[in-house]
Design a binder for this molecule. Structure first.
Ligand code: ASP
Ligand code: MG
Length: 403
């Protein structure tokens, strides 16, 4: 008998009808496997709860926010357990603190340290289906924690690790990981196999199927994942070590993120410490810097520094720089907040020259101007105007043979 962890995302338990469907899938799986279910809140619920806290304060207390946000999973895991019991299955729900799933005390984005397994192991060994509320845990000081938005993926990976399951199945409302977002390109295709590294890039760069932290954890602990649809029998996407993927294509997928802003600081003195002086206050305010470009002027005395951040961080960033004007001694700041980042991702590009120019040519043919570029071994990202996102994604999808 195999032991499986099966995770159902918010969209696959979004209605009572869907919860009943999911209960039937679990019933079938439980005939020949030991099953631990991880479930996230019904779709939209966590957002609604968050919106309520925002109405009280934008700085709503973190610990109370975790108590609030974790309640969505309490609803879905009890409904699903109840649906299973109704089908004649022995089932029981567990909230994070009941197991317990011990996390650190980094409220709203905690890390799982340990999961106690004996009670659940005992239950599943007697043909019980354990239904665990995803996204939540308990800190050493006995307070409820959550794992960051999308964190029930991380719960599933951690359960796979601590319960040493044979497989970790992530059920969602799409067929698997797709080459790009089907809502902006109808030519998007399911990817059969993708490496952890590529999936991590895809997830971090805007593909929403899996939480980046969960992918990272599965990579570190070598836990193969299978992302698949809750509503079709089709096999989904295997997320596995790079050595097990046979690369026929240079580019595996195309991701994008909208809502980027660019700041250029024009005419700062070109000497050691200037970049540190610019970025230190920004970093200390928990604002994530993404791309950075510096160009030195011809006389070597003054430089321009350009960087990108999320649009919602623009105001704060500008005020932090302006506060520092005396020290930085720049000429002026320019900004643009309607930008998107488009990325091509593929482990196959490590062994193939010419990917970069092919990408740039493809965008040029569409008359799309590139405003900034960043690269890693397995991805190239460009910054473009946000309203050209769809055009760019479609062009690159075609250029790299993904259509
Ligand atoms: N319900 C949580 C969220 O919406 C966790 C999850 O869905 O994975 O972020
Ligand atoms: Mg999710």
């Amino acid at each position: 008998m195999k032991r499986l962890v099966v995770k159902f995302g918010g969209s696959s338990v979004g209605t009572i009808e869907k919860i009943k469907k999911v209960a039937n899938i679990i019933k079938r799986l439980s005939e020949s496997n030991e099953i631990i279910v991880v479930v996230s809140a019904m779709s939209g619920v966590t957002n609604e709860l968050k919106a309520k806290s925002d109405l009280i304060s934008k700085n709503f207390d973190n610990k109370e926010l975790d108590v609030l946000l974790s309640s969505g999973e309490q609803v879905s895991c009890s409904l699903l357990s109840g649906a299973l019991i109704d089908l004649g299955i022995k089932a029981r729900s567990w909230l994070g603190w009941q197991i317990p799933i011990i996390t650190n005390d980094n409220y709203t984005s905690s890390q799982i340290m340990k999961i106690k397994t004996d009670e659940i192991l005992n239950f599943i060994s007697k043909k019980g289906v354990a239904v665990i509320a995803g996204f939540q845990g308990i800190s050493q000081e006995s307070r409820i924690t959550t794992l960051g938005r999308g964190g029930s993926d991380l719960s599933a990976v951690a359960v796979a690790k601590f319960f040493q399951t044979d497989s970790c199945e992530i059920y969602t409302d799409v067929d698997g990981v797709l080459t790009t977002d089907p809502s902006i390109n109808e030519k998007a295709k399911k990817i059969d196999k993708i490496s952890y590294e590529e999936m991590l890039e895809m997830a971090s760069l805007g593909a929403k199927v899996m939480q980046p932290n969960a992918v990272q954890t599965s990579m570190i602990d070598n836990i193969p994942l299978h992302v698949r649809s809750a509503f079709s029998e089709k096999s989904g996407t295997q997320i596995i070590p790079e050595s097990e993927v046979d690369y026929k294509k240079v580019v595996t997928g195309i991701a994008y993120s909208k809502g980027n802003a660019k700041v250029s600081i024009v005419g700062v003195v070109d000497k050691p410490g200037v970049a540190a002086d610019i970025f230190e206050p920004i970093g200390k305010n928990n604002i994530n810097i993404d791309m950075v470009i510096q160009n030195t002027s011809l006389d070597g005395k003054k430089a321009n520094i350009t960087f990108t951040i999320k649009r919602e961080d623009l105001k704060k960033t500008l005020s932090l720089i302006e506060k520092n004007k005396q020290k930085l001694n720049y000429n002026k700041i320019t900004q643009d907040d309607k930008l998107a980042k488009i990325s091509i991702i593929g482990a196959g590009m490590q062994a193939n020259a010419g990917v970069t120019h092919k990408m740039f040519r493809s965008l040029a043919d569409e008359k799309i101007n590139i405003l900034a570029i960043s690269t890693s071994e397995i991805k190239i990202s460009v910054l473009i105007r946000e309203n050209l996102t769809q055009k760019a994604v479609k062009a690159l999808h075609k250029t790299f043979g993904l259509n």
